[in-house]
Design a protein around this ligand. Structure first.
Ligand code: ZN
Length: 465
């Protein structure tokens, strides 16, 4: 490996075991102008600032490809805004979050994007990219899609459920969106749950007075996920348009997705830590209603299937669906599943959990970890010209992880607004020493060093035609 230009750096991270998507190797990382400028076994040069990462792993700053900062849900708002949520991200080794626009009734896709950029701008401690939600009158705004993609926003999120919230698109609309987006080189994301199955089951349980948290899971069975994936994948195959399934939660859904892929459907799969590490037993706890999230937590056999798929390389991305609520907000649902705001905190625990329960427990390799939290989301969403790996020329987003110190997860150590933690008491095989964003130290040993939020909105590179 070579150095770029002559040898003086703003920062050198020395002696760490550098983990990239290809290998793990003892290297010094030289940083200049916010970018990685050199990777060498031993850099002779001096730098204004040096960090000794001896005994530590040096990872690329990770990407959480699925967060919801400050969005309206039911009668409330998700508890973290871009400021508090990005702070939590920084403490969890996430240096880029990909959030979603919120399309109000009658609002164009372009207006919704502008508003969301305004909301995030100057507030975030980490870099931000945005997916564009397509939830209101899609036909009316399809013409804006090519221009949005040119502006650097190439991923469009759709829902096959949430009709009651006015967010669902029909399969006819879905086909139109898929065709339009893929013509310009973008990707369509789908929240896959068959609305008819969900509606029918929800009605059945509510009408017989079954409102305990477990009926949230019973109302949204795995079958609903699998049916929606089958339909969407058929349309994707017919149009040869890439499709990204968000928060895959079940074995049935996974089987539908893999079956489609084996028949040539261009399909990406994302899952989340909650589907790997938690199951529907959580709904039986006294605070079972806190765990209401959509899709619901599933059964142990679903967890096992998802781990297996992750280990096989069948899952492309692990994101969080970070959408936290405080205990008080969760109580507003009055312990009725259909009124409880749905969502879980996750951005701060994503990497530590995946490192511990994936790498440390020998289910996935360090390289697979970098792929699902770095290179894959960067490539799929067009950020790989800057993000996702440790390579000369990329943004100097790094985290330094000490694998010799154990930590215990607890809401009292969290940096977001949620005052409870779904993973309370779980052990983490390491501790975060540093988070570095574009060459600037953001977090060091549990302290936020940035005075002001310096996260930028990062547009995607224009797709290759
Ligand atoms: Zn989501």
């Amino acid at each position: 490996m070579a150095a770029e230009g002559n040898a003086s750096f703003d920062l050198i991270v020395r002696n760490g075991r550098v983990v990239t998507s290809r290998e793990t190797r003892r290297l010094d990382v030289g940083i200049r102008g916010g970018r990685i400028a050199a990777l060498e076994p031993s850099l002779p040069a001096k730098a204004a600032q040096e960090i000794d990462a001896g005994g530590c792993l040096v990872f690329p700053g990770f990407i959480d490809a699925h967060t919801h900062m400050g969005i309206p849900i039911k009668t409330t708002w998700s508890a973290d805004d871009f400021n508090t949520g990005s702070r939590a991200a920084a403490f969890g080794g996430i240096t880029t979050i990909i959030d979603f626009t919120v399309q109000a009734k009658g609002q164009s896709l372009q207006q919704a994007l502008k508003e969301r950029i305004h909301r995030a701008g100057g507030k975030s401690f980490v870099d931000v990219h945005l997916h564009v939600n397509v939830t209101d009158q899609p036909e009316r705004w399809l013409h804006q899609i090519p221009s949005l993609i040119q502006q650097g926003f190439r991923s469009f999120k759709t829902f096959s459920t949430y009709k009651e919230a006015g967010m669902m698109v029909t399969w006819t609309q879905f086909r139109l969106i898929l065709e339009t987006v893929s013509r310009s080189g973008g990707v369509v994301m789908l929240h896959a749950e068959d609305d008819e199955i969900v509606e029918r089951n929800t009605h059945r349980h509510l009408s017989t007075g079954r409102r305990e948290p477990i009926y949230h899971a019973r109302s949204r069975p795995a079958e609903a996920e699998a049916r929606a994936i089958e339909t969407a994948a058929r349309i994707s195959r017919e149009t040869q348009a890439p499709l990204y399934i968000v928060h895959l939660s079940s074995r049935q859904g996974l089987e539908a997705a893999l079956e489609a892929r084996s028949r040539g459907t261009p399909l990406y799969i994302e899952t989340c830590p909650q589907y790997l590490l938690l199951n529907e037993q959580c709904y039986r706890k006294t605070n079972g209603h806190y765990y209401i999230t959509t899709p619901p937590l599933r059964r142990p056999e679903d967890q096992e299937a998802l781990w297996q798929a992750l280990c096989n390389g069948d899952i492309d991305v692990v994101g969080t669906d970070h959408c936290p609520f405080t205990r008080q907000q969760k109580e507003q649902g009055n312990r009725q599943f259909h009124q409880t705001p749905n969502g879980l905190p996750g951005v701060e625990t994503l990497f530590p959990l995946l490192y511990t329960y994936g790498v440390h427990q020998n289910r996935i390799t360090l390289q697979q970890l970098v792929q699902v939290l770095g290179t894959h989301p960067a490539r799929i969403f067009g950020l790989n010209h800057r993000k996702g790996d440790i390579q000369i020329g990329l943004d100097a987003d790094l985290i330094i992880w000490n694998p010799d110190q154990e930590t215990i997860l607890s809401s009292s150590h969290g940096h977001g607004r949620a005052d409870w933690c779904p993973y309370e008491g779980m052990k983490i095989a390491g501790t975060l020493e540093y988070t570095i964003l574009r060459g600037t130290i953001l977090v060091h040993k549990g302290r936020l060093l940035a005075d002001t939020p310096a996260g930028e909105i990062i547009p995607a590179a224009p797709p290759r035609s």
